[in-house]
Design a protein around this ligand. Structure first.
Ligand code: GLU
Length: 286
């Protein structure tokens, strides 16, 4: 009988700004879920989109993770260094006949965001490479929470018109090659999951299991992000930040220590996915 693969989780930030409370929630949830299940935890920097990146953000994020006791197990991987893997996956998909060229803009796409191979690029035009694929929405979320049915597009860009690899391609290729078995991440990415599951299957990989943590919003109901003015975390207050996150995630608090790593170690056996609430509320900033 084949043995179930060991648990391999990951945190995959884009270096568009410093780690803030919202991203710490996703990092802590994926870390504790991995550790609680005796798994490994990896960090991957998703630096695929240079115009959106902020100088020094990758190093800053890694420094914040360390300061918060979130120690990863294997060398950090950087998507900017993995074009060979993305090219190989594109070539594999091309051979399967699923890719097509598209010149659509947001304005010309249909309501669901699908091209449906209705556009006819002129020879030599800058084209995006899309995949004709229907997302597989029959997955069970590992985490509690109400999930509205997704309005699934039936194709997605894998390589952009500006030649950059798209997030959908890179995330699936890397989760597959890194042997990720469990993806715990923010619910803002849940809409991407069905297509990612289908894409894993096209590439011949077993898809990971997915769990989506409710997104932390500000007082106006917007997702906390650099664009909505989220503050960088103060690494000097790591223990307080972690306690705040554990409370928001509905977890039983361990005896508080003044050491971030010790706090996470004590929180690991207490981790319980079922306690995560449907919406996150931060009593400190409310
Ligand atoms: N890089 C993505 C982000 O920072 C996360 C990707 C993922 O977890 O799948 O939003």
């Amino acid at each position: 009988m084949s043995k179930a693969p060991e648990y391999r989780g990951r945190f995959a930030p884009s270096p568009t700004g410093p780690l803030h409370l919202g991203s710490l929630v996703a990092a802590v949830a994926s870390y504790l879920d991995a550790r609680h299940h005796g798994g490994r935890w990896l960090v991957r920097i998703e630096d695929l989109d240079p115009p959106r990146e902020v100088a020094g953000a990758s190093d800053g994020i890694l420094e914040s993770l360390r300061a918060h006791g979130l120690h990863w197990d294997e060398e950090v991987s950087y998507q900017s260094q993995r074009s060979d893997a993305y090219d190989a996956a594109l070539a594999q998909l091309d051979r399967s006949g699923l890719l097509f060229d598209c010149v659509c803009t947001r304005a010309t796409l249909g309501p669901g965001g699908s091209c449906g191979q209705r556009c006819h690029p002129e020879p030599g035009a800058a084209v995006a490479r899309r995949i004709a694929l229907t997302g597989d929405d029959h997955f069970i979320d590992l985490l509690p929470g109400e999930h509205a049915p997704e309005d699934l597009p039936d194709d997605v860009v894998l390589r952009r018109k500006d030649n950059l690899y798209a997030y959908a391609l890179a995330v699936v290729v890397d989760d597959g090659l890194q042997g990720i078995t469990h993806v715990i991440r923010g619910a803002d990415l849940r809409g991407q999951t069905p297509l990612q599951i289908s894409l894993h299957r096209c590439l011949g990989n077993p898809p990971p299991a997915f769990g989506h943590v409710p997104v932390l919003t500000n007082a106006e109901g917007q997702k906390l992000s650099k664009q909505t003015g989220a503050q960088a975390l103060d690494n000097a207050c790591a223990v307080d930040n972690l306690v705040r996150v554990l409370r928001m995630l509905g977890q039983t608090l361990p005896t508080v220590t003044d050491n971030a790593q010790a706090l996470l170690e004590a929180a690991t056996p207490l981790w319980d996915r079922r306690r995560i609430p449907q919406t996150l509320f931060d009593p400190v900033s409310s």
